[in-house]
Design a binder for this molecule. Sequence first.
Ligand SMILES: Cc1cc2nc3c(=O)[nH]c(=O)nc-3n(C[C@H](O)[C@H](O)[C@H](O)COP(=O)(O)OP(=O)(O)OC[C@H]3O[C@@H](n4cnc5c(N)ncnc54)[C@H](O)[C@@H]3O)c2cc1C
Ligand SMILES: Cc1cc2nc3c(=O)[nH]c(=O)nc-3n(C[C@H](O)[C@H](O)[C@H](O)COP(=O)(O)O)c2cc1C
Length: 769
Amino acid sequence: MKIACLGGGPAGVYLAISMKLRDPNHEITVYERNRPQDTFGWGVVFSDQTMDNLRLNDPVSAQSIIDELIHWDYIDVHLRGRVERSGGHGFIGIGRRRMLEILYERARQLGVEMAFQYEFEVESIPTDFGDADLIVAADGLNSKIRNSDLEGFATDIDLRPNKFVWLGTHQRFDDAFAFFFEKTKHGWIWAHAYQFDRNTSTFIVECQPRVYAKWGFEHMSHEQGAETCRKIFEQHLGGHRLLTNSRHIRGSAWINFPRVLCHNWIKDNLVLIGDAAHTAHYSIGSGTKLGLEDAICLADNMNSGKPVQEALQAYQDERELEALKLQSAARNSMSWFENVTRYIDAFDMQQFTYSLLTRSQRVSHENLRLRDKAWLEGIEKILAAKAHGKPVAQPVPPMFTPFTLRGMTLKNRVVVSPMSMYSAVEGVPSDWHLVHYGSLATGGAGLVYTEMTDISPAGRITPGCAGIWNDEQEAAWQRIVDFVHSHTTAKFCLQLGHSGPKGSTKVGWEGMDEPLDADNWEILGPSAVPYSAANQIPRAMTWADMDTVLGDYASAAKRAGRAGFDMLELHCAHGYLLSAFITPLLNRRSDEYGGPLENRLRFPLEVFRAVRGIWPNHKPMAVRISASDWLGDAGITPDDAVLIGKAFVAAGADIIDVSAGQTSPAAEPIYGRMFQTPFADQIRNEAGIPTMAVGNIYEIDHVNSIIAAGRADLCCLARPHLMDRYWTLRAAAEQAYHGDGVACPVQYLMGFEQLERNLQRAAQMAINA
Ligand SMILES: Cc1cc2nc3c(=O)[nH]c(=O)nc-3n(C[C@H](O)[C@H](O)[C@H](O)COP(=O)(O)OP(=O)(O)OC[C@H]3O[C@@H](n4cnc5c(N)ncnc54)[C@H](O)[C@@H]3O)c2cc1C
Ligand SMILES: Cc1cc2nc3c(=O)[nH]c(=O)nc-3n(C[C@H](O)[C@H](O)[C@H](O)COP(=O)(O)O)c2cc1C
């Protein structure tokens, strides 16, 4: 097979090597515009697993790389003159130039033709390479081939806001990957630095666009830019200069990272590989790995005996999935650096470091324990001391630290999220509710929520929804509250709501959000806009309706106080009445209750103030919001959610319960583990407001990581509690935790002890296996 590799970076040359290894008869030429020694960039980082893959593919080049790898184990975070060091991270690195020399040499040995200083033009590809059976587009990040047909390659390019420059230095960072954060007169600038040969290190400098503009980097030559950075990071450079080798970049050497993913990598006999097809943010250091592994996969498929088109498609299918996975972790990491100013002033050194280390959500609390137990236990003690207001003798799992809101102290950070049971009769909670909430409260969570409990018959979602508008309901709730208070240490929160445009629908298991087959009641909304085409059109509320609803909220709050609840939450999420006022999707009013966000918030805030005025001052109040309508700028965005959170806190809310969506059937949520937690993080750390995270949080590790990284103050788990009321007790047993953060009912102690023993035995057996 005759193969033209257009671009002689790691992906292109490694493809040539991998093809030759599988069939020496292939005729392969690599065309590279630069001279062999001209390459840009400094070091590259690999994992042990990548090295194993390379070794299996070509033991010869792998060994040459391994012989020159630099190893380091620590990550050092330098901030405000202090260094926080954690270990066990296990990196390996090599200079990009040296790695390419090894690969070029190996390619030549195998009979690959290397054509340096050959710059191809896209227009001439058909004539210059018309006789090739396979054309490999390996021309990197700014691939001319891909860019000449963005549509054909179904290219998705997202240019990120931060600016960065890839520099080098002869300063050695012997045994650690170092992050340096410097507060300059124009704002924060930071560097990611690691050594890759005996006397050279990579030094990537990054900042937000505002800081870049104020420093005027755009107008500096590459050398002036490097010199300005040297002055900024002088104290870390031991008298060394910062070096630039980005002559290939015209204009400023600083660039914005483009996140690239093509959904079609194939055009006839031409195929994309490496950065031409996809990128992964440098902060997770996987771009070269992806390119090399693409090469292995392409070579495998091209030599598998499949017809060419089938082989190319199989290659794309496998590698696109891999690229997507990495991009998802890289997105979290990239976004952490884009928003670093949220954390840098708010967090102390240790929590800041923890947040940095767990930024991609691939490294969790327990991963950190495996890497550096002593460091992690130090963090656990610091966080616990802060929560208790005094030093602690032993490390405490972050989920088992206390949390106080006004006069209410929760023993831990686990919350049973509100969940409608659709099992009330005429709004009256029944024996089902007593057993349900009673057992949830004995399960160990610090805070247990009721389901959405409605302020009026018309405010119900379904005929089975619970309410608190009459004496019978109040008494039934009081019975449950009394059980929770007399038999458990959990605190109990009532979620107060009105269904608005989503009312008069079937119980959940008969058809979520579907109107009743008969006996529908009139529903209310901010405007005559239905939730979906299938739902009733609500009656647009008059001011008189608003007065009535406000009065119903106030009287329900009075009843909740008398029933003895510890906390109250106003449900302003999921498209129900107050949420419908907030989202522009359902609020089209032209009076002062519609229009800009400030107006759309007016009625929910009036309700909140009315309820807060009635609710005892020493008891806290939360507000649940939908922090995104999952419809981009057409609906509520996370930036709006920060303003919404601030508005409720200014009105007296103590904590924002950050959910998302359910405001439109057209929403396009991006699901995944802890998928709504970034919204809780943004509100908490941009506005300085306590938050609860919710949504696909189901592992012990999730809760510990979210709390320790300061992404939220409390974690709500809904579905996990439906299947396991004792989720928190189990979590305590699994972590062999016995402190004040959990209270196993004495009646159940023997079960707790047995579970703990069994779990420890199983863990020990797994270690010995
Ligand atoms: C700041 C920064 C730091 C990074 N750090 C790391 C890291 O630590 N670890 C890691 O694994 N990855 C890292 N990367 C990513 C890594 O550099 C790329 O992912 C990797 O180089 C991709 O390999 P490639 O062969 O696809 O593309 P490239 O390495 O970009 O190779 C493309 C080649 O094509 C050539 N070319 C382009 N156009 C033409 C033309 N018209 N004619 C002839 N030749 C042409 C170019 O000269 C170049 O040599 C980093 C990237 C950046 C920007
Ligand atoms: C059966 C069920 C009923 C729910 N009812 C409510 C509710 O009454 N009020 C509310 O705010 N959220 C309600 N939710 C949403 C949950 O509180 C939670 O936000 C959502 O399920 C995501 O959390 P999870 O991934 O832990 O399940 C309900 C969820 C479920 C599964």
